[in-house]
Design a protein around this ligand. Structure first.
Ligand code: C2E
Ligand code: CA
Ligand code: CA
Length: 708
């Protein structure tokens, strides 16, 4: 589920980025490009227009000038032409190939500063020179006509402008060069560019319209940009809004949360990633309606947003979960703050009793190998939030309404929990659970009296797993009832087999979990199972852990009575392990009291513990119960217990829990002497095999010798 959600979120974030880029930079880029294109087109068009204007204005004069230049050229052979020319009003100069003036007519105001005009048809280039007196037109070298704006221009223009007011046209001098005599000379004549009011107005209008169009395009672009920014903001709001609460959603939390955790300026700040879970939300919806439930979620979201500080974050993450990112100072103040927050949340609707839980993952500054604080570039808020959820999942049941802080050990535990849960059924089907027997001995006679059956998981994947690592998980997830059945049936089958083999197996005790006692017909289930294995009832003892006696006492009394009426023995396990169940002894007629191993841990003769043990044995005797001392490892303890009249000892001093075959050897040895039947055990299938198998020659057991 987590992976799918993660994938979906990543997809949504990618989609969001696409939308963001298209609506902001994409649109702006396109608009900018179009605008530049438009301005360039207008500028080019204006340039061509000016060129056209120039051409149309000076073309006629140019033609006359060329003619006169040719006349001058011809006049170098026939002087009469030159004289004719000088009668006209064209002012000109003639330069030789070195640039020296070799002839001049009229006032020479032509400067050396020049360029050329490329005519509108693009094929003709005309050299022109600036007029030093008026200087108005100047052809720039890059082929384009431009106005040469200098002080003289304004003065000249002002004077000429008056003419325009009178309806006259104004004339600007332009010196144009024509090469003559095969390019060895240059005829530079003064031509005029004249323009009247009408033409000037037209030109002004055309250029004005171009400028207007550019301005309009610019304004349109600005409007588009502003609109696209507003739209983008709307998209962002929609994208980050939670569909239920209207506040921030999970995507917003992940996007900005990661940014915050990885931010350079916040690298020294510690954060708490928190999951606040509304644990009875489903119940509330069930009793009311989903829409009423959602109204409560809206109130919670608002309340949390009011409670967080500037720079902290809050979002609706899952149906009943809210994700917070808080500044972290120390654990005590965080716990206090979260508890207060949840107290306030409980009051969002005073008519109902809401339960909240908080899971926390603390993000501290990251330090490199040199001990220097660095940016948390690998930090993921999603992972931290997942950890915060795990903290609740793993510990939540122990303290509803509490604040649970995640650590890596928890994650390991959770993983192991999941592994066991995933493999439990397969392990039963593949017969991966082995039964070990821990013998119980009479401390006086050193005789083998029976055993306790203890489960072991021999997993091909995880190796040899002790019950402490999986029984508590089965108790939590309910699979323990399967295990109890498995054990009872197999032990009954083993007992039956040993009986058939001629052994005197004694009574074997089996642990039955307290969770199992909730089933009213438990005694009948056990009886039927044992009967199906064909085992006499008095060969089986049911161990109930002491803590179970605090559950439904009446149900317990009924089950014990029923078990006893069927002929089974019933014992109280772990007596003295922390629960005071003397009262239970009064109400329940049990057969055996198992003294907890805690009595024999580190106790020396004469200790107060010994007094308690001897008094407990006396109490059991007066209640007509047998006693078994568990966890006995020392000879002095054995001697002491023997002296106090303890009936049996189950401890490493005599034997550790052992595989079936080894226990059978002890049973065989009990038969004393070589006459003991030599039979082989048979692998059990779904139904116990009751044939008479052969076992190896029994070995003489070594009671009284400490076991390794
Ligand atoms: P328990 O029922 O109190 O079992 C006794 C535990 O004490 C066993 O641990 C046994 O190996 C250990 N023990 C016995 N003598 C000594 C000793 O001299 N020194 C020390 N240090 N330990 C000793 P084991 O087998 O690891 O079982 C642990 C617990 O797991 C059991 O405690 C029982 O609560 C549970 N368990 C084991 N097998 C089953 C089963 O088949 N069904 C159920 N429901 N629970 C089981
Ligand atoms: Ca036990
Ligand atoms: Ca025990």
């Amino acid at each position: 589920m987590g992976k799918i959600r993660n994938k979906r979120n990543k997809k949504r974030v990618r989609l969001y980025k696409k939308v963001r880029n298209v609506s902001s930079w994409g649109t702006l880029g396109v608009l900018l490009f179009l605008n530049i294109l438009f301005i360039a087109t207008v500028a080019l068009f204006t340039g061509y227009f000016c060129q056209y204007l120039m051409e149309s204005k000076i073309d006629a004069d140019y033609e006359a000038l060329v003619r006169e230049a040719r006349i001058y050229e011809a006049a170098s052979e026939d002087n009469s032409f030159a004289e004719y020319l000088k009668k006209g009003d064209r002012e000109f100069i003639v330069k030789d190939s070195s640039g020296n003036i070799i002839d001049q007519y009229g006032k020479n105001t032509c400067s050396n500063e020049g360029g050329y005009i490329l005519m509108a048809n693009g094929s003709e280039k005309r050299n022109i020179y600036k007029d030093t007196e008026h200087g108005l037109f100047f052809a720039a070298e890059n082929h384009e006509i431009s106005f040469d704006i200098f002080d003289g221009f304004k003065l000249y223009f002002n004077e000429e402008y008056k003419k325009l007011e009178n309806g006259e046209s104004i004339r600007f001098p332009v010196w144009i060069s024509v090469s003559i005599n095969g390019g060895t000379k240059e005829f530079i004549g003064k031509a005029y560019f004249s323009i009247n009011t009408k033409e000037l107005t037209l030109a002004g209008e055309i250029i004005g319209s171009f400028v207007l169009v550019v301005i309009i395009a610019f304004v349109v672009m600005i409007i588009f940009m502003v609109r696209s920014i507003i739209n983008f903001r709307r998209v962002v709001k929609l994208f980050y809004a939670d569909s239920i609460t209207g506040g921030h959603n999970w995507i917003w939390y992940v996007m900005y949360g990661d940014e915050k955790l990885q931010c350079r300026s916040l690298k020294k700040t510690s954060f708490a990633v928190v999951n606040i879970a509304f644990t009875n939300y489903r119940n509330y919806c069930m009793c009311h309606s989903i829409s009423e439930g959602e109204e409560i979620l809206v109130k919670i979201d608002r309340s949390l947003n009011r409670q967080i500080r500037t720079g902290e974050m809050c979002a609706h993450a899952t149906t009943e979960g809210f994700a917070l990112l808080l500044y972290f100072i120390d654990e005590a103040s965080l716990r206090q703050r979260l508890t207060q927050m949840m107290d306030i949340l409980q009051n969002v609707d005073k008519d109902h009793n809401f339960i909240f839980e908080a899971g926390v993952d603390i993000i501290r500054p990251a330090v490199n190998s040199n001990g220097v604080i660095v940016r948390r570039l690998d930090c993921s808020i999603e992972k931290a939030y997942n950890n915060a959820c795990t903290a609740i999942d793993v510990q939540g049941e122990t303290d509803p309404g509490g604040v649970f802080i995640f650590d890596d050990k928890l994650l390991e535990e959770q993983r192991w929990f999941d592994t066991v849960q995933e493999n439990q059924m397969k392990a039963v089907v593949n017969q991966e659970f082995d039964i070990y027997y821990q013998p119980k001995y009479d401390p006086k006679t050193l005789e083998l009296k029976g055993a306790e059956a203890l489960i072991r998981w021999n997993s091909p994947e995880y190796g040899f797993v002790s019950p402490g690592r999986f029984i508590p998980i089965f108790e939590k997830n309910g699979f323990i009832t399967e295990i109890d059945h498995y054990m009872i049936w197999h032990v009954a089958a083993d007992q039956k087999m040993w009986l058939d083999m001629g052994y005197k197996p004694g009574c074997v005790s089996v642990n039955v979990s307290r969770a199992h006692f909730a089933e009213k017909d438990l005694a009948v289930q056990i009886r039927d199972m044992v009967d199906s294995a064909g085992c006499p009832h008095d060969l089986l003892e049911i161990e109930l852990t002491e803590s179970a006696f605090f559950d439904d006492q009446n149900a317990m009394i009924d089950t014990i009575k029923a078990l006893k009426s069927f002929g089974f023995k019933v014992s109280m396990d772990d007596f003295g392990a922390g629960y005071s169940s003397l009262n239970s002894l009064k109400d329940m007629e049990l057969d055996v009291l198992k003294l907890d191993a805690g009595f024999f841990r580190g106790e020396k003769a004469g200790d107060r513990g010994q007094i308690v043990v001897s008094e407990t044995i006396k109490l059991a005797k007066s209640l007509n119960m047998k006693t078994v001392a568990e966890g006995v490892e020392e000879k002095e303890q054995v001697d002491f217990l023997a002296g106090q009249g303890c009936d049996m000892i189950q401890g490493y001093y005599f034997a550790k829990p052992m595989p079936k075959l080894e226990y059978m050897q002890r049973l065989a040895a009990k038969m004393q002497g070589p006459a003991a039947p030599v039979q082989q055990p048979v692998q059990q299938t779904a139904n116990p095999v009751q044939s008479a198998p052969v076992v190896p020659q029994p070995q003489q057991p070594q009671p009284g010798q400490p076991q390794q």
